[in-house]
Design a protein around this ligand. Structure first.
Ligand code: NAD
Length: 391
């Protein structure tokens, strides 16, 4: 058996109603809280009111930044950090989906470090240090796993390059995972964020660096989501489905924290960076089909196992046939959750396509995929989803 590391330094408070413990989760870690949030409108208003009530009762000093938006940028992080510095905050709280949580994490770095958060991205010589403020996260989507990961994904406001700050200092001290907070997520966002859960589990499972511990979490996450994601999409008020998806998200988040993602994230991340109207889950749904066709021969048994988890009716198929069917099984999942999204509708010109290829090739995730693709293969896949043939 291979040797491996596993880390989960985050205290989890998991279960319906656990948001009531928000003050306790914060009080152990600081006194002056920077609350990072998104837009508190529509279905999220009740969630906002509940959090504000709990924070008002907590006796903690509070400063608020509520400008975090999907595919967050360095400008949002700087605006949040500025407010936090002005109020001398010693603790950062993120309440929202992955975009909000990632702004909270990056602001915890920027508030206490000399440079902007992007200067601490994984490829930079300088990295976040222990001065990073303590972070508490409340996730409201299922999800990105950001509440248990050591990563913050931010887009540079000028270059539109979307990348990660990755550091043990970005682990939250505590995370509240209360499935009741997710009841208000609309079907399309439930589908996109839920597909992200699948990708985290799948990509860590087929990853060249897969570990026995992450395998366990990945199998369970995929088993759960194959039943409960379609249920959560078709009936957002299904409390059992929301709870099981919140758990699948948390398991898959532990996978990415300890193993990581592969080629689909390398190709999807630049799409959402340059086309911020495309959510992370939608971008992943665009790139998955051709990547599955390319990749199954690189990890036949693992692709076969995932195919059977998604479609138990294929249990009797020999490994190679089941592995080859991975694309169909994932396309069926996407069909069941209604997550169709068209890359071609973005109408990228040749220069834009080439930028996506170059960025996708630069990510280390590409090199841990079971079939490490050539630049031409990545270009061909972008061209395929753009409606064209191979170059
Ligand atoms: P999101 O945070 O962008 O939210 C999507 C939409 O859902 C927003 O409009 C938001 O306001 C709304 N929303 C959130 N919670 C809601 C609720 N309870 N009810 C109603 N609406 C709600 O979506 P996401 O998929 O959670 O996060 C995506 C971001 O996370 C991307 O930028 C992605 O790259 C990043 N990400 C980070 C990690 C990590 O480990 N740090 C991992 C994967 C993805």
């Amino acid at each position: 058996m291979k040797s491996f590391d596993n880390q989960l330094p985050v205290r989890l408070r998991f279960g319906p109603g656990r948001i009531a413990e928000l003050a306790q989760a914060l009080q152990a870690h600081g006194n002056r809280v920077l609350l990072v949030a998104g837009r508190w409108d529509g279905a999220k208003r009740k969630l906002h009111e509940r959090c504000r009530e709990l924070l008002d009762q907590s006796g903690l000093d509070l400063a608020v930044y509520d400008g975090a938006r999907p595919n967050p940028t360095t400008a949002m992080v700087s605006a949040a950090a500025e407010i936090g510095k002005r109020h001398d905050c010693d603790l950062v709280l993120g309440v929202g989906g992955g975009s909000v949580m990632d702004v909270a994490k990056a602001a915890a770095v920027e508030m206490t470090h000399e440079l902007g958060c992007f200067d601490y991205a994984y490829f930079q010589p300088q990295q976040p240090g222990s001065a990073t403020l303590p972070i508490v996260l409340v996730t409201t989507t299922s999800g990105t796993g950001s509440h248990v990961s050591k990563c913050s994904v931010i887009t540079h406001a000028d270059t539109r390059i979307k990348t990660g700050i990755v550091s043990d200092h970005l682990y939250a001290r505590e995370a509240i995972i209360d499935p009741e907070l997710m009841l208000s997520v609309p079907p399309r966002i439930t589908a996109a964020t839920g597909f992200d859960v699948f990708t985290h589990a799948f990509e860590s499972f087929i990853n060249q660096n897969a570990t026995p511990m992450a395998d366990l979490c990945a199998r369970e996450a995929i088993r759960l989501l194959s039943t409960f994601l379609p249920r959560a999409v078709s009936d957002g008020s299904d409390a059992e489905a929301r709870a099981q998806m919140a758990w699948a998200d948390t398991l898959a988040g532990m996978c990415i924290a300890n193993v990581g993602t592969t080629l689909p994230h390398s190709m999807a991340q630049p799409i959402s960076g340059h086309y911020p109207q495309v959510s992370h889950g939608e971008a992943l749904a665009m790139v998955y089909p051709p990547i599955l066709s390319l990749s199954w021969p690189g990890a036949v048994e693992r692709f076969a196992e995932v195919t059977r988890l998604l479609n138990p009716e294929l249990a009797a198929l020999p490994d190679r046939e089941a592995a080859r069917s991975a694309r169909t099984a994932v396309e069926e999942l996407l069909g069941r959750i209604g997550l169709t999204s068209s890359f071609a509708e973005l109408e990228p010109d040749a220069e834009a396509l080439e930028a996506l290829v170059v960025e996708a090739m630069s990510f280390p995730d590409t090199r841990v995929h079971p079939v490490v693709p050539s630049e031409k293969q990545v270009r061909d896949m972008f061209q395929e989803i753009n409606g064209g043939g191979s170059s």
